[in-house]
Design a protein around this ligand. Structure first.
Ligand SMILES: *Cc1c(COP(=O)(O)O)cnc(C)c1O
Length: 368
């Protein structure tokens, strides 16, 4: 009997998440200096975390022999203040990805259905499959989540519905009004997960707290990986009703969020002006990229986030051609084969990307 015969059969079929290529790997592969490679592939903040977040992280390096505060008291206290909610309405995760997994552990059983958009963030589908649940992928309209169609996809077996807004990889968003209407239309046995990974890039993100207060089964997710610039540390959180959070806490491993991450996140929350500055710089960067794409004659989906989904033709070939020039972007699955996702970089990085893309397009010009 070999090991895979002993494995849970679901694991053998489990698709694997393909992350953005690391800088080191591209440098090695193409013989480029590490500091010459620029990564515009994972929607990280190109300006990094605030000074406050960095120095809080550094201080913690003196105490690495100690376990973190498993209840993350200070951080949760601060989050409760910021969101005007109770401390027992928050759960932290090793990235908000872990909170998505916790949702799976707590709520999903084989046979359950998980409703999400066809081009939604792929982790919802992966977690559904891992738990033996069935992902139901709903057609989107113009690469935007179609909430009417999602409502129609709900059955007696639906347990969870995921909505990321702005969505990754499309950069499209849904309005607060339509989200409220959708959530209020959901039957009692359905849990609504609102993924707010890019909320801070919106001038006025939807606020779902009234839905939580009126007893709707809603869980909202936030991350420190995007505008807060702490992707390396893996920290995110969920907020919802006390009942929702205590169930998720039940499935959480002790010390799932490390001490450096907790300290850095607390630091990040202390500097709101850094967040506004990054939001503004991102807006300028998007403007720079869209103008550049316009002049190259490349189509794109208008973005509400810190990346843009462009449609230059053969995404995979262009991804490879750009990589040769030291720029990492993200090609997408077969259904989005014509697209290339580009994260907003610094002004210099955006110029480099546009110049490299022009060159790559001329190489592939004949075949596009
Ligand atoms: C990046 C991202 C996340 C957050 O991931 P972390 O695990 O917190 O790094 C969650 N949802 C979406 C839609 C994302 O793009």
């Amino acid at each position: 009997m070999n090991l895979s015969q002993l494995a849970n059969p679901r694991i053998l079929d489990q698709p694997i998440y393909e992350p953005g290529k690391p800088i080191e790997e591209v440098a090695r592969q193409y013989g480029i200096e590490i500091d010459q490679v620029c990564k515009l592939a994972s929607n990280e903040n190109p300006w990094g975390p605030s000074v406050a977040a960095r120095s809080a992280a550094k201080e913690t390096l003196e105490k690495l022999h100690l376990y973190p505060d498993g209840s993350a008291h200070q951080l949760i206290n601060r989050l409760a203040q910021l969101h005007s909610l109770q401390e027992n309405q928050f759960v932290l995760g090793n990235g908000s990805n872990e909170v998505i997994e916790l949702l799976g552990h707590v709520f999903l059983e084989p046979g359950d259905e998980v409703v999400c958009g066809e081009f939604a963030f792929v982790v919802y589908k992966l977690v559904a499959l891992l738990m033996g649940a069935k992902p139901v992928e709903v057609q989107m309209s113009g690469l935007t989540h179609n909430l009417d169609k999602m409502r129609e996809a709900i059955t007696d077996k639906t347990k969870l519905v995921f909505l990321p807004s702005p969505n990754n990889p499309t950069g499209t968003a849904n309005s607060e009004v339509e989200i409220f209407e959708f959530v209020r239309s959901l039957p009692e046995h359905v849990i609504f997960c609102f993924d707010e990974a890019y909320a801070e890039y919106l001038e006025q993100p939807p606020d779902l707290r009234p839905l939580i207060t009126e007893g709707r089964k809603v869980i909202c997710l936030r991350t420190f990986s995007k505008i807060h610039g702490l992707a390396a540390l893996r920290i995110g959180y969920g907020y919802g009703s006390k009942e929702m959070i205590s169930l998720l806490q039940q499935a959480r491993q002790p010390f799932n969020v490390n001490a450096v991450a907790q300290a850095a996140a607390l630091g990040a929350l202390s500097d709101n002006s850094w967040v506004s500055q990054c939001r503004k710089r991102n807006r300028d960067g998007l403007e720079q990229l869209t103008q550049g794409l316009d002049s190259l004659g490349v189509e794109y989906i208008p973005s509400h986030a810190n990346f843009i989904l462009s449609k230059p033709g053969d995404g995979r070939s262009l991804f490879l051609e750009l990589q040769k020039q030291g720029i990492i972007t993200r090609a997408l699955g077969q259904s989005l084969a014509d697209y290339l996702r580009i994260s907003v970089g610094t002004e210099e990085e955006n110029i480099r990307l546009l110049t490299a893309l022009e060159k790559a397009l001329s190489v592939y010009g004949a075949s596009l």
